[in-house]
Design a protein around this ligand. Structure first.
Ligand code: GDP
Length: 314
C-alpha cells in the first residue's frame, strides 16, 4: 500500500454527482473523515472561494469527481460551459490542493479523452494519438487538461496526484431523462414504460454498436483502490473489460425487467455513434482489482434506483 486513508480528511468534490456519490458511499467503509460541500455553499469554478474553503477545511486527500457533464446534445449546445467550467474547476482544485499540501489527489476523467478511431480495446497510451470525437471534444479537451495538470504537479512539485479514466457508468443517481441520458438509463426507462402498456421497445440506431458498461459502485471501489495502491504519472483505465451490442443490452434489460416477451423496434434515423468503445483494463487488473457487479445484477440495482428516483420525484 502506498497511501493509507485511515484517519485522513478526505474531500469528495462532486459528491452530488453519480460517481462522487458512489465514492462517498464507498468511503464509509474506510476509517476516514469524508468532507463534502454543496454548490449553494461553494462555487467550484471560483478559484478564490475554493482556496479559502480548502484552507479552512484542510483536506489531506481529494477525489476530484466534480465536473460539468452531459450528453451529446448538451455538449454541442453549450461548448463554452463544458470547456471553460471544467477547466476552471480543475484549476481551482489543483491550485488549492497544492496550496494546502494535499497528500494525494485522484482526478477522474472519461473515456472520451481517447481518439475517435483508437484501436480497440483502448490502451492508456492511445491518448493524444489522433482526432477526438467532435461532438464532445469540449469536454474531452478539459479532461485531457486535467490529466496533464496532475502530471505537471507531479513533475514540477513532486505532488502525488493520479488520474483514472472510467468507461460508461450507470447506477443510482443516473440521469433517466430520455433526451439527455446515455443508453443504459434510457433503456431502463423505455423498457419500464413499454412494459406498462405492452408496447414495443424503441432502440435508437441499428442496435449493432458495442459499448462497455461499469456499475458506478465498482468504479468507486476502483478509485479507492487506486488511491491506496497507485502512484505514478500515467492515467489508468477503469472499465469492466467487456462490451456488449446495444441490441443484446436491450434484450438483457428486457429480461431483467420481466419483459422478455416484448418486441424491439430500431430507429435508424437516430445516430449509431462510434461502432465500438471498449477500454483495455489490464493495467487496473494488474494492481489487483476486478469488478464485482455483473451487468445483469447492475441493471437490476439500477432499475431499483430508477423506481426510487421516480417515486421521490412524484
Ligand atoms: P455514446 O456511447 O457516446 O455513443 O453514447 P450513448 O450512451 O448515448 O449511446 C450509445 C449507443 O446506444 C448509440 O449507438 C445509441 O444510438 C444507442 N441507443 C439506443 N437507444 C438509445 C437511447 O434511447 N438513448 C441513447 N442515449 N442511446 C441509445
Amino acid at each position: 500500500m502506498t497511501y493509507d486513508l485511515a484517519g485522513k480528511r478526505v474531500w469528495v468534490a462532486g459528491h452530488r454527482g453519480m460517481v462522487g456519490g458512489a465514492i462517498a458511499r464507498r468511503l464509509a467503509d474506510e476509517q476516514c473523515e469524508v468532507l463534502t460541500v454543496g454548490r449553494e455553499t461553494l462555487d467550484l469554478t471560483d478559484q478564490r472561494a475554493v482556496l479559502d474553503w480548502m484552507r479552512k477545511e484542510r483536506p489531506q486527500a481529494v477525489f476530484l469527481a466534480a465536473a460539468r457533464v452531459g450528453g451529446i446534445l448538451a455538449n454541442s449546445t453549450y461548448p463554452v460551459d463544458f470547456l471553460r467550467d471544467n477547466l476552471l474547476i480543475e484549476t481551482a482544485i489543483f491550485t488549492g490542493a497544492h496550496d494546502v499540501g494535499v497528500e494525494k489527489l485522484l482526478f477522474l476523467g472519461s473515456s472520451c479523452i481517447y481518439p475517435k478511431f483508437a484501436p480497440q480495446p483502448i490502451q492508456e497510451d492511445a491518448l493524444l494519438t489522433g482526432e477526438l470525437e467532435p461532438t464532445n471534444e469540449w469536454y474531452a479537451i478539459a479532461k485531457i487538461a486535467g490529466i496533464k495538470l496532475a502530471q505537471a504537479y507531479r513533475q514540477q512539485y513532486g505532488c502525488d496526484y493520479i488520474s483514472a479514466m472510467p468507461t460508461n457508468l450507470y447506477g443510482p443517481g443516473d440521469n433517466f431523462d430520455l433526451n439527455s441520458s446515455h443508453v443504459l438509463p434510457a433503456l431502463i426507462r423505455k423498457v419500464h414504460e413499454a412494459r406498462l402498456i405492452g408496447a414495443p421497445v424503441q432502440v435508437w440506431g441499428t442496435g449493432s454498436p458495442r459499448r462497455e458498461f461499469l456499475y458506478v459502485d465498482d468504479c468507486a471501489d476502483a478509485c479507492v483502490h487506486l488511491m491506496k495502491v497507485y502512484s505514478d504519472k500515467g492515467h489508468v483505465n477503469v472499465g469492466s473489460g467487456e462490451d456488449i451490442s446495444i441490441m443484446e443490452l436491450t434484450r438483457l434489460v428486457m429480461d431483467v425487467l420481466d419483459y422478455a416477451r416484448g418486441e424491439v423496434v430500431t430507429d435508424p434515423s437516430k445516430p449509431d455513434g462510434t461502432p465500438r468503445k471498449l477500454m483495455d483494463n489490464s493495467r487496473l487488473r494488474s494492481f489487483g482489482w476486478a469488478p464485482q457487479v455483473s451487468l445483469r445484477e447492475g441493471v437490476a440495482r439500477a432499475y431499483a434506483a430508477f423506481l426510487d428516483q421516480a417515486q421521490s420525484a412524484a
